[in-house]
Write a protein that binds this ligand. Structure first.
Ligand SMILES: *Cc1c(COP(=O)(O)O)cnc(C)c1O
Length: 391
């Protein structure tokens, strides 16, 4: 949507109208389609965690403003989670901050760390809030495009190095990566880390899909690489890890200096959020390994159902190693324009997807790619697959 349609929106944000998700979700409702556009699960997370939230509400925990940095129980649980899964040690009092979802963490980090005119290098396609948050901070985004390569989307390390200039302040990384499903491997992450150290860059890393990795891939937090702990703001979220996207509980870990900067901004965005849910998420983070394993396995089965359906329907499927999204190429169907394809798909097949081009500065580069979410019940995915095959 152009600025002329939104005459009051300031120039920094003029290019950001309503998101594609609003348009596509409205289309889904209007046509009675299966919505594989927006990435939220159609089943809630663990019953015992829902009950923990109810208990907190009833017991009067978190019904009034919780502490600005987050309730101590949750900050302790986040620190314990980073230690248990990655061997990363953080002080719950000075190195952990609870946010209103990862979205606020991203916005607060960029507003805190970027000076107007600073360049922010981000992987493209990018999660839609990145571009808006960089713009709100007055930064300039410099995309580095992940390109199709041997069945997945890979980072070209030479392109990444070439994107860094004397004006670059920060690298904004996302792994596992939405929308491509790419999980950056050890060599790629080591190269990113070496570059950040060499050019003295800060790094913000969005790891909300940290527990959704498949086929033997491993999620390696950037903060575990040499020289990175002191320059990295790491972001996680209960929405994706525990299937409670409506609770909007996220967190940031990093040095006291970095977390302190993010906290300074966060206090003037929401100040605090999600009081009772913070207690429930503290319990969720302490769930046994079996929870994380079953969650992963359940999502893997769904990935395979949808991937098979999409392949049978004629799409080229980039089998994701992480996240709950599948990116497809529509060219084998004789199509080239993902946006037009997605606008027509509800009528043609009763399924909603989103065009990856909206996640690109270089819309041309993203044009033939379309994203489907598989965080839905298996019968829903089977029905969607049938509809697509009959298209
Ligand atoms: C969903 C998502 C977020 C937002 O997480 P919330 O906790 O719901 O704010 C951030 N980054 C990526 C890559 C996502 O897919």
């Amino acid at each position: 949507m152009t600025s002329s349609a939104r005459p009051h929106l300031n120039r920094r944000l003029a290019e950001f109208g309503t998101t594609i998700f609003a348009e596509m979700s409205a289309l889904a409702v209007a046509t009675g389609s299966i919505n594989l556009g927006q990435g939220f699960p159609d089943t809630d997370g663990p019953e015992e965690i829902r009950e923990a939230a109810v208990r907190a509400l009833r017991d009067g925990r978190g019904n009034q403003y919780p502490p600005g940095p987050g309730v101590p129980e949750l900050r302790t649980a986040v620190a314990a989670h980073q230690e248990r899964h990655y061997g990363l040690s953080y002080d719950p009092d000075t190195e952990v901050l609870v946010t209103a979802g990862a979205t606020e963490a991203i916005a607060a980090a960029l507003l805190a760390l970027v000076e107007p005119g600073d360049e922010v290098v981000a992987l493209e396609p990018y999660y839609d809030s990145y571009a808006a948050s960089i713009a709100m901070a007055g930064g300039r985004r410099v995309p580095v495009t992940l390109r199709p390569h041997e069945g997945g989307f890979r980072l070209d390390l030479d392109e990444l190095r070439a994107a860094v200039t004397d004006r670059t302040r920060l690298l904004l990384v996302n792994t596992p990566h939405n929308p491509t499903g790419t999980v950056l491997d050890r060599a790629e992450l080591a190269a990113i880390a070496a570059l950040a150290v060499e050019r003295d860059l800060l790094v913000v890393t969005d790891e909300v899909y940290e527990h959704l990795v498949f086929d033997g891939a491993r999620h390696l937090p950037l903060a575990t690489f040499p020289g990175m702990r002191e320059r990295t703001v790491s972001i996680g979220s209960a929405g994706k890890t525990f299937s409670f996207t409506g609770w909007k509980v996220g967190w940031v870990t990093g040095t006291p200096e970095l977390v302190g900067a993010v906290r300074s901004v966060k206090q003037f965005l929401t100040y605090v959020a999600s009081g009772p849910f913070q207690y429930a998420v503290a319990e969720a983070l302490a769930l046994p390994d079996s929870y994380f394993e079953e969650f992963r396995r359940g999502m893997l089965a769904r990935r395979d159902i949808l991937a098979e359906g999409l392949t049978a329907a004629g799409f080229e499927v980039f089998r994701p190693a992480g996240t709950y999204f599948i990116t497809t190429d529509i060219r084998p169907l004789g199509e080239t324009d993902g946006l037009a394809f997605c606008r027509a798909l509800p009528e043609r097949a009763g399924v909603v997807a989103v065009p990856n081009s909206v996640f690109y500065d270089d819309r041309e580069a993203g044009a033939p790619f379309v994203r489907f979410a598989f965080c839905k019940r298996q019968e829903v995915l089977r029905e969607a697959a049938d509809r697509l095959r009959g298209m």
